[in-house]
Design a protein around this ligand. Structure first.
Ligand SMILES: [Cu+2]
Length: 116
């Protein structure tokens, strides 16, 4: 029983490490999320972190984010792509923010960033 829980966490963490824009990471996560409750896969996933890189023109942002229990992610630094790059305007490196990822199956896409 413990093994069934621990293995997906380890794989998710590994799949989560490369830049979010890599398709391989995404499909790994899709497989993992078959173990997630349906409700978790459907809606946005909220997180908190500190901005370590932002490029509004490219639509990319990197957070050093806290653990995200809903998708079994430990705290880490990783890059996301903004669904709408305009949400990155006014966000700067060093800002502490709340953010939302599109869904548990589309964790590479950030849909909301708000300074705390
Ligand atoms: Cu992450």
């Amino acid at each position: 029983m413990l093994r069934a829980i621990i293995i997906p966490i380890a794989l998710l963490a590994a799949a989560c490490s490369p830049p979010a824009s890599e398709p391989a990471a995404k499909s790994d996560m899709d497989g993992m999320n078959m173990n997630e409750p349906a409700a978790a896969a459907a809606g946005p996933v909220s997180g908190t972190g500190v901005v370590t890189q932002v490029d509004a023109a490219a639509g990319t942002i990197t957070f050093n984010h806290e653990a995200m229990a809903a998708i079994n992610w430990p705290a880490m630094t990783m890059q996301f792509t903004a669904e709408d790059p305009s949400i990155l305007q006014g966000i700067a490196v060093g800002d502490r923010v709340n953010f939302e990822l599109k869904s548990a199956s589309e964790t590479g896409i950030v849909t909301m960033v708000q300074k705390q």
